[in-house]
Every structure is written in structure tokens, then in C-alpha cells.
Design a protein around this ligand. Structure first.
Ligand SMILES: C[S@@+](CC[C@H](N)C(=O)[O-])C[C@H]1O[C@@H](n2cnc3c(N)ncnc32)[C@H](O)[C@@H]1O
Length: 272
């Protein structure tokens, strides 16, 4: 199946991306941390931001609300429709060939293509396009999935035994053709993500732990409780607050980035 067909099928029929960041504790942690880190790197509003692989527009909606001028791009028709219905300027397209002029944006956010494009050359194309449309000195930020995430996440969810072949593929190659969640999903090591961003031309590259070690608390809760009531020890203080505090604390210690399931890489456009 081609990548776009697989994406369309996954996001149109199997998965509701619009509710992902609100319906689980892990999603709510990711949302809060994306906001933390974008706040740190974006210039003050009003500024123009490209949201590449922006899905149904959850982050774009927040940015727009904060006074940014946001343009969203996504290949999935359903996502573009949902974003448009939410009042976001959205276009159907591919990160590897952006429909925008050089230096049209003050910053670009790429949360999707790094883990959906399997070949390193495809990711380089997407990164170079994001850099091309960003002004000199502007930040390009990306989200990637840590290669260790599947091993630890499957263990905490107690699904490692069933998923062992997939987890082994991912640890070895960064993806698995047997991945029932989505064959094209690609997982990075921290060093690989840093190298890819630097190779594309970004300067001063930083890799942050997006969900941080506290993200594993949210994985445990989502996997074992779902919508069921939590035991007393997991109710107070709010585990989301604990996980968020953990991610923020860990952020000051760069070596802790290895323990985060999601990675937030960022660098500055120097020149192409
Ligand atoms: C998990 S969703 C993330 C949506 C949103 N950026 C967020 O962080 O919540 C991944 C998104 O990346 C998009 N995507 C995948 N491959 C892409 C590509 N080649 N170019 C642009 N977007 C892509 C998908 O269609 C999907 O909407």
C-alpha cells in the first residue's frame, strides 16, 4: 500500500486524530508540553507559523487563538476538512513539496512527517522544505518518536510478549513492516534525530524530551485504567500534573532526553 493510501485509511477509518490529544492522559501531557516548548521558541505573536502535518489542527487552533497567523498543511483530506471547519487556513499537501514561497514564515512546526516518512531521504526533503519556507534566523521544530518507546511502552502496557517481533524490528531498524499500528511509523534514536536536523542545515540543534520520563506514568494509566476510575494513590495529586512537572524538571538535564517517548527537536535556519 502506498504511504498516502495507508495514511488516508489509518486516519480516516481506523483512528480519530481529532480527539487524540484530549482523550488520554498521555495526549493531554503531549499537548501541554508542545505548548511549553513552542512558547519557548516561537517569536511573540503576531508571527507567521507553518504547521506541517498539522492534522485536524489542535495545535494550529491554539496558535491562532494566541494571535499567530497559521497555515496548516496535511495530506489527509479528513484532517484538512476538520481544520478548515475549525476556522484554520488549511491546505492538502505533502511536507516534501510545500506549496509556499521561500521565507514565507517566521517559524515552522513539523509534527507528523518525521515519524511517517520512512526513508531518511524523504525526511531530508521534508526538513529542507520546512527550512526553505522559514525566514533566516527562524526556528524549525519537529516531533519524532524515540526508538526506545515501543520497548518500554509495550512492557508497561504488558503487551511486550505479543508484540515482541515488532518491538525487535523497531529497536533494530527504526520501523517494522509488521507494525499493526502503522507500517510506515518510524522511530528515531536521539543521536539520529540530532544528525538529521543538523544535516538538513539547522544550526544550534536541541533535542528535548517532549513527554519526559513522567510520560510513562501516563502510559500506565491509559493502558490499565482507560476510562475506569483510578485508585486513590493515582488520583491526588493529579497524575497529569505529576507527569508535566517531571517532564519540565527533566528538561534541565539533557541526558534525561533518552527517557522520553516523544522527542521535540528544534534548530534555527542559518542558510541552505
Ligand atoms: C499523529 S498526527 C499529528 C497531528 C498534529 N501535528 C499533532 O501533533 O497533533 C500525524 C500527522 O502527520 C501527517 N503526515 C504524515 N505524513 C505526512 C507528509 N508526508 N506530509 C505532511 N503531513 C504528513 C498525517 O496526515 C497526520 O495528520
Amino acid at each position: 500500500m502506498t504511504m498516502h493510501l495507508e495514511l488516508e485509511e489509518h486516519y480516516s477509518e481506523r483512528y480519530d486524530e481529532a480527539s487524540r490529544l484530549g482523550s488520554t492522559v498521555k495526549g493531554r501531557l503531549e499537548l501541554a508540553r508542545v505548548q511549553d516548548l513552542l512558547n519557548r521558541y516561537l517569536p511573540a505573536p503576531p508571527a507567521a507559523v507553518a504547521d506541517i502535518g498539522g492534522g485536524p489542527g489542535v495545535h494550529a487552533g491554539w496558535l491562532k487563538h494566541r494571535g499567530y497567523d497559521v497555515e496548516l498543511l496535511d495530506p489527509v483530506e479528513r484532517h484538512v476538512r476538520q481544520a478548515t471547519e475549525a476556522g484554520i487556513s488549511a491546505v492538502q499537501g505533502d511536507a516534501r513539496e510545500l506549496p509556499w514561497e521561500d521565507e514565507e514564515f517566521d517559524a515552522a512546526f513539523v509534527a507528523g512527517p518525521m515519524y511517517h516518512l520512512r526513508e531518511p531521504e524523504e525526511r531530508q526533503l521534508a526538513l529542507r522544505e520546512a527550512i526553505r519556507v522559514t525566514k533566516l534566523g527562524g526556528f524549525v521544530a519537529v516531533v519524532a518518536i524515540n526508538r526506545a518507546a515501543n520497548l518500554i511502552g509495550s512492557t508497561l502496557a504488558n503487551t511486550l510478549i505479543q508484540r515482541q517481533a515488532v518491538v525487535t524490528d523497531i529497536l533494530r531498524d527504526g520501523y517494522s513492516p509488521r507494525n499493526d499500528r502503522m507500517a510506515h511509523t518510524t522511530y528515531h534514536t536521539v543521536a539520529q534525530l540530532r544528525a538529521e536536523l543538523t544535516h538538513a542545515g539547522l544550526r544550534g540543534v536541541m533535542i528535548h524530551g517532549l513527554t519526559g520520563p513522567g510520560g510513562w506514568l501516563t502510559v500506565m494509566i491509559d493502558a490499565h485504567y482507560g476510562d475506569r476510575p483510578l485508585p486513590d494513590t493515582l488520583q491526588e495529586p493529579d497524575p497529569l500534573r505529576t507527569a508535566l512537572e517531571c517532564a519540565r524538571l527533566a528538561d534541565s538535564f539533557p541526558e534525561m532526553v533518552q527517557s522520553s517517548s516523544l522527542l521535540f527537536g528544534v534548530g534555527q535556519r542559518a542558510d541552505l
